[in-house]
Design a protein around this ligand. Sequence first.
Ligand code: FAD
Length: 382
Amino acid sequence: MYNSSTGATSSLSASRLYIYEVIGLSNARRSGSTFMTVPYARMSQEMQRIARLGGRILSIRPASDAPAPTVLASQNSAPAAPAAKKHADVPVNIYRPNAPLTGKCVSNDTLLSEGAIGKVQHIKFDIGGSDLTYVEGQSIGIIPPGQDAKGKPNKLRLYSIASTRHGDDVDDKSVSLCVRQLEYKNEQGEMIYGTCSTFLCDLKPGDEVQISGPTGKEMLLPEENDTNVIMFATGTGIAPFRAYLWRMFKDNERDANPDYRFSGKAWLIFGVATTPNILYKQELEEIKSKYPDNFQVDYAISREQKNAEGGKMYIQDRVAEHADGLWAMIQNEKTHVYICGLKGMEGGIDAALTVAAEKSGVTWSEYRSQLKRAGRWHVETY
Ligand SMILES: Cc1cc2nc3c(=O)[nH]c(=O)nc-3n(C[C@H](O)[C@H](O)[C@H](O)COP(=O)(O)OP(=O)(O)OC[C@H]3O[C@@H](n4cnc5c(N)ncnc54)[C@H](O)[C@@H]3O)c2cc1C
């Protein structure tokens, strides 16, 4: 447990320490509240640890504050939200893995600029004449050819769809993906490339691909025109958000959605390693310049930008910078929050929003649970 008297925290200023009041810890020596002093940088890990120990956070306040009255969880109600729509009419599993659709690669283009790290491709497949339909926020399965290490046919991998339901050419005949080639060194120091991501990134126009799906209802956009949409993405986590932004802004330029005219605010916070790694940068910048009142984009470029402490700028640092504005927006019942990309990015986002919510006397972890129940908090990480 962290305590302000330990050496581990002594170098941090008191303003970066927070007092957690927690009940129900399985390792607590006595009943009632336990008070813990937690450095800002450890907040998300500590929240996860408390949850693992069966504890419940009653309040969080800056250590520098005079003792504040405990804010009871029951007082921290997220404003009543409209019941989440069930999206009953959204298609799923039109093509099953054992009877997939054979699609054709139409194009396979790099999404990176010179000097970028790795390989990330925008790949478009022809699905014209098939029964495959989908909506923004869904995924498809790709079944790579060949066998796995056990000699069994390769299993499908899921990929978030990066195009709108109308496809990149707005003709309802294609589906697009944003794929990063997985590469890592094994214990022997050999470079290993992922099976399916390599297959996809190496496709040539005309090559055939086995497609299943669509799947998923977690990341669907609200149907109303006047909602606000906050998007947190890292790397290829941008894929569903590209689909949202095309639906909100670009498809309407072709009059593709007469009954959907986005009038709210869309705010994207996008974490990447370097500037040449900003996927779809030109499209994002174009939407920003055309629709400045409805779209905001902020980048966290970890290897180039510095956070407030002089360290690398990760997505959670950019979120912390904008936490008050984000928190104000999240409290609006018409706001939905979406997180997509690297597993583990939620912890930092939670830590930043914990601090912002706490200024209003609200326990973020509980508020977030209510957002989830109201269908306004959407996470897809992998
Ligand atoms: C809902 C969902 C949506 C997704 N959307 C996208 C998307 O839009 N774009 C995208 O590119 N991917 C996406 N993915 C990930 C995608 O499904 C695949 O997991 C990814 O492409 C890797 O598959 P592969 O066949 O290339 O790798 P595989 O050959 O299956 O290798 C993966 C395995 O390699 C091992 N491994 C990986 N990294 C390391 C490491 N650093 N050290 C040691 N071992 C390691 C692990 O055992 C891992 O299971 C998504 C996943 C999900 C669940």
